[in-house]
Ligand binder design. Structure first.
Ligand SMILES: [Zn+2]
Length: 453
């Protein structure tokens, strides 16, 4: 990158940090809809704050009824889109710093949204500012679109597309560097199965509340006494897996201790429902839990459902049972599969149904995969910018997660978490390193110069 532009960006440092803190100060968690505030007052305040920043920097942001705003640089008809978001997930437990104060320690700013996605979104805005301040002529215009509903239903993008029209090409600074050009397809479904059947009697079980989370703990109440509790302990000893059993007046309480995580990234995790099912079957359960123990169990590759597959671009299929409940005489659960781009989703869906006889499937949702070829000009330009600014090798990656990149016909996710950084998005003590955000501004400016100038 031209030294002049690098110097311009460095001169923004203090202003950038102050501005980011003012964004972190707004707890933009989704709330009850109001006028011009479809996602609640706090999200609306955040949108106002972001538009104020854009105006202070000399841009003319446009508000789309509280769903999103956009900030444009240049007036060429051909556009490069940059898609970030201003909403954040709820705080959750375990914070050791205040989540909305933007406290800085050792060069890191802590707070909900520092990394996902206010820091990267603001970095993209400052990259546009640098291109403008450097006086670079643009052949294409750059449009930063800041949505307000990424963490929930993506209604912001639907509204924006309908009312403003979406650029065809661009990136979303809402994931990781170097770049994600492949987002797997998805199959989401709910199943129901009968609770009757002979064998072990399960009195209560209710685990998980989100389809896309690998549950970390599963608890069940079984009919039986100390003999059964002893069997659980023996099974725990035999398998080396952490189960606990306590006899009580109402029966035996059994707990399976898994390792929680995101359903798209099962490596190194352990699904507590799968553990519980394996135990229940070993203790003599028949019917639905036994079937689920055999077909889903503790595996995350979908093999028992006839779904295991992979390709070189996307990696393997992943499968997660996020919820399993015993409710009013029946079992209700969910499956969340993330499928390689070459997989046939219809065929996988049929295979799941065939492997779960006697269970009914509902709320079936198939989402097509998204892929931009590694040889495309977009991917090559962005990776060249990344390599030039960091000195690191840039390879495109695949994810089972989803970003706004797929809203664009030709879109990829690009930053702003670096490969050597820990990902604390949606977790306690989320932070962003200021130096890394400054580097992200340089990368985004470099990339936008390649794409638009
Ligand atoms: Zn995000």
């Amino acid at each position: 990158m031209d030294k002049k532009i690098a110097d311009i960006i460095e001169s923004y440092r203090e202003d950038f940090v102050r501005t980011l803190r003012s964004w972190i100060n707004v707890p933009s968690i989704k709330g009850e809809a109001g006028e011009n505030a479809p996602f609640g007052r706090d999200v609306r305040n955040m949108l106002d704050q972001a538009m104020k920043t854009a105006r202070d920097l000399g841009f003319e942001p446009v508000d789309y009824a509280g769903y999103a705003c956009d900030v444009k640089l240049g007036d060429a008809e051909e556009e490069i889109g940059v898609l970030g978001h201003l909403d954040v997930v709820p705080v959750g437990d375990g914070w050791t710093r205040p989540p909305f104060e933007g406290v800085i320690e050792n060069g890191r700013m802590y707070g909900r949204g520092t990394n996902d996605d206010k820091g990267p979104s603001l970095a993209a805005l400052y990259a546009m500012r640098a291109i403008r301040d450097a006086g670079l002529p643009l052949k294409k215009s750059i449009k930063l679109i800041l949505g307000c509903d990424e963490e929930s239903g993506w209604e912001d993008m639907a509204y924006y597309t309908a009312h403003a029209g979406m650029p065809e090409i661009g990136f979303s600074p809402d994931a990781s560097f170097p770049l994600i050009n492949t987002e797997k397809g998805m199959i989401h479904l709910t199943f129901r199965g009968p609770a009757s059947g002979s064998g072990l009697k399960i009195l209560q079980m209710c685990t998980g509340n989100r389809m896309n989370v690998i549950p970390g703990k599963s608890k069940a109440l079984l009919e039986g006494g100390e003999v059964l509790a002893e069997q659980v302990r023996a099974y725990s000893g035999k398998t080396g897996l952490p189960y606990r059993a306590e006899s009580a007046a109402e029966g035996v309480w059994v707990t399976a201790e898994g390792i929680p995580g995101h359903s798209a990234y099962p490596e190194g995790r352990r699904n507590a429902i799968g553990m519980m099912l394996k135990l229940l079957k070993a203790l003599g359960a028949e019917g639905t839990p036994a079937l689920l123990a055999d077909t889903v169990g503790m595996e995350s590759d979908g093999a028992g459902l006839g779904c295991a597959c992979r390709d070189d671009v996307s990696g393997p299929l992943t499968c997660n049972m996020g919820i399993l409940r015993l409710e009013q005489g029946e079992w209700i659960g969910t499956l969340d599969l993330r499928c390689p781009i070459t997989a046939d989703l219809e065929q996988l869906k049929d295979s799941i149904a065939a492997h779960l006889p006697g269970l009914s499937i509902e709320n079936l949702e198939l989402k097509a995969p998204h892929h931009v070829p590694a040889e495309s000009e977009l991917v090559r330009s962005l990776l060249a910018a990344y390599e030039e600014e960091t000195g690191w090798k840039g390879e495109p990656m695949s994810t089972g997660g989803g970003t706004y990149a797929k809203v664009l016909k030709q879109g990829v996710a690009f930053g702003a978490l670096f490969p050597d950084e820990e990902d604390l998005a949606h977790q306690a003590d989320e932070y962003a390193a200021i130096d890394r955000l400054m580097l992200a501004i340089r990368i985004y400016a470099n990339a936008l110069i390649r794409l638009a100038c």
